[in-house]
Write a protein that binds this ligand. Sequence first.
Ligand code: F6R
Ligand code: MG
Ligand code: MG
Length: 358
Amino acid sequence: MKTTISVIKADVGGAPGHSTCNQKLIDEAKKTLKKSKVLKDYYVTHCGDDLQLIMTHCKGVDNKQIHKLSWDVFMKCTKIAKKEKYYGAGQDILKNTFSGNVKGMGPGTAEMEFEERKSDPVLVFMADKTEAGAWNFPIYKIFADPFNTAGLVIDPKMHDGFVFEVLDTKKGKTVKISTPEEMYDLLALVGSPNAYVIKSVYSKKKEIAAVTSTQKLSQMAGKYVGKDDPVAVVRAQSGFPAVGEVLEPFSFPFLVAGWMRGSHNGPLMPVGLKDARCTRFDGPPRVTCLGLQVANSKITAAEDIFADPGFDKAREQANDVANYVRRHGPFQPHRLPDEEMEYTSLPGVMKKLKNKFK
Ligand code: F6R
Ligand code: MG
Ligand code: MG
């Protein structure tokens, strides 16, 4: 019997503003998941204003019952958010009627199915105020950079490398790229996280190693409705990178697109679950990590990974970088290039100035 992990998330309302998710929504989500007969286990949390449903079951990925359950949770929570007048209530609920799968309806999903090994550590990453391509940098480092992952060099089980499935977000097509052989091709694509997003990673024996949520909210809605605020699931140990190798890229607060109004570059700050609140300039963008052990499709351990002094320096550096980039105000490269901005007043300004241009 195979185990499936489904991480399905949505912003159904923030309080105050887009900063965080109120406990009332988390309690409602827990109550609904507890009553469900289709799940083996679950964990509910939030990252910033995004409500996160982490579910284990035996029904495979893209299962209608699991997606319907998540949809019901988001609808119930939206109802509360609307009653309490939380900000952006129902923000990620782009459609009114459920039609079999939450994909394309607003929520983000990262799901994987696997045969359990003797022991299965699984890391669930959740980010707020950034886009799906934000995972490109750490996922590349974890599975292809020998300076990050010692096992790529010294563990015979990992020495052959990994295969990356990359999505072209504009064309909706994917390509499989094998490392280390095609490492430079991979970097040529994923260095543009706005255009290319790592969707999944497999071992050379075709075992699933990582999945990310790849939805582009703005493309679905046809207008700005908030950044994607992506999630990712990564398996660790015994032929996959060790837990510590999976976490290592987050010791560097790399720059991501998002932050205020989805229109600014800023450092991705790793924080414990209780610090997953986007405050300063609606950020800085945050990442949290729940470290799970999974046994017989149940969650037998869940640890708040970044609530650890090992990441204090990364947080300090993220604050320094935030101070530095903020001083650029409305100037690039703090502000994103025109075509990547989620809000723009430029067409209006150009119209106004049209006749003044000589
Ligand atoms: C970014 C985000 C926030 C909002 C900002 C303005 O993803 O959610 O930074 O863009 O708070 O929000 P509105 O336009 O709703 O006032
Ligand atoms: Mg929001
Ligand atoms: Mg959010």
